[in-house]
Design a binder for this molecule. Structure first.
Ligand code: AN7
Length: 359
């Protein structure tokens, strides 16, 4: 028998810091351990002496950071005897819940806003065979319905109001400190339902408490202009943005996110859809890193705050890229309409001309 030791996911790696025991059956797809990539060309374009890293969470098994929380939430749901999980979702949580339910052999029910889910996320959720319930309403309405129905049906909620989700997701902060050898000065991330900013703050706080790192980063939470309750200071009734992942007006982790902002000395800010898409394109074209629109909000924010000097030169900055670009092919293709591929005759002359025209 092989004694080869291989990576079996973030619960195994960080089990001393997670609520599991030796007898827990771990439901894992080898999530976590995502790359921390240093940007090379964008800092040069900004003309500033800064170290920007991206934590590419789009390389998790279902293509988003949600897998970190989901391995933990589904592991605990199964341990507690649950036969079914449920969530409301803007798309990524539903894909992740569906995958981990399949892995565990239990049922997944997902409530999604009709017509407002990126195509890749819908494809995944269908393939993993979740029961999809589309509602004529938005994420916030779905979330309220999920909380109500869970009181009447034997289903475990796996949205980030489930504390095990936060526990799983805090491991992203551990990985960043373990990779860098220290905590960054600034941590930038998109904020929707606010589970992730809550989780990162919990992770950094735990590592600082245990002296794994000496400091905690300043937390910068960035939202879409049409869905920016933390910038407004109150919930939003009809959130709208092309970044459908963060089309959320009533964040469930409201108080935790404010605590992260206040305790870290950080801030919230908002970005138009055009700014978000420009950052997504810049990251693809300058660095070869393709994230989904919502994820690019973190880079849009870092760039604005570096340019203005709010984030000073000499800083180390980590931006979380929460999801991968293939999640939303429609938005990617429609953004590149001007550079639409041309079709030519299949002969050498035509190919030569096509190349020379471009050079
Ligand atoms: C790519 O899938 O809420 O602030 O239901 O998919 O922790 O909510 C997704 C959120 C950022 C915001 N980036 O994170 C869902 C859902 C991407 C996301 C967020 C989401 P939170």
């Amino acid at each position: 028998m092989s004694t080869h030791k291989h990576y079996t996911g973030l619960i195994d790696r960080y089990k001393d810091r997670l609520p599991v025991s030796a007898s827990t059956r771990i439901i894992s797809l080898n999530e976590g351990n995502t790359p921390l990539i240093q940007l090379q060309n964008i800092p040069r374009l900004l003309g500033k002496d800064v170290n920007i890293y991206v934590k590419f969470e789009g390389l998790n098994p279902t293509g988003s950071f949600k897998d970190r929380g989901m391995t933990m939430a589904v592991t605990k749901a199964v341990e507690e005897g649950s036969q079914a999980i449920i969530c409301a979702s803007t798309g990524n949580t539903s894909a992740s819940a569906a995958a981990y339910a399949a892995r565990a052999g239990i049922k997944a029910f997902v409530l999604i806003p009709d017509g407002k889910i990126a195509l890749g996320k819908l494809a995944q959720t269908l393939m993993y065979n979740a029961t999809i319930i589309q509602i004529n309403g938005n994420f916030d309405q779905g979330m309220e319905l999920v909380k109500e129905v869970a009181e009447h049906a034997p289903v475990t909620i796996v949205n980030s109001i489930n504390p095990y989700r936060i526990d799983g997701q805090k491991t992203a902060a551990f990985e960043i400190v373990d990779d860098l050898g220290f905590a960054p000065d600034y941590h930038c991330l998109p904020v929707g339902n606010a589970g992730n900013i809550t989780a990162y703050w919990k992770g950094y706080t735990e590592y600082a408490r245990d002296r794994v790192c000496g400091n905690r980063p300043i937390m910068c939470g960035y939202q879409a202009a049409g869905a920016a309750p933390f910038v407004a200071g109150h919930k939003i009734d009809n959130p709208e943005t092309i970044a459908t992942a963060i089309r959320i007006g009533n964040p469930q982790s409201w108080d935790y996110a404010w605590a992260a902002q206040q305790e870290s000395g950080g801030w919230f800010d908002k970005f138009t859809d055009a700014e978000i898409l420009a950052a997504q394109k810049l990251l693809s074209q300058q660095e070869g890193i393709f994230c989904e629109p919502a994820s690019a909000t973190s880079l849009a924010g870092a760039m604005r705050d570096i340019a203005s000097g709010k984030i000073p030169e000499g800083s180390t900055i980590v931006c979380t890229l929460t999801g991968m670009g293939l999640k939303d092919p429609d938005t990617a293709i429609s953004q590149c309409a001007a550079a639409h591929p041309v079709t030519i005759e299949a002969n050498l002359d035509a190919v030569k001309r096509a190349i020379l025209d471009t050079l």
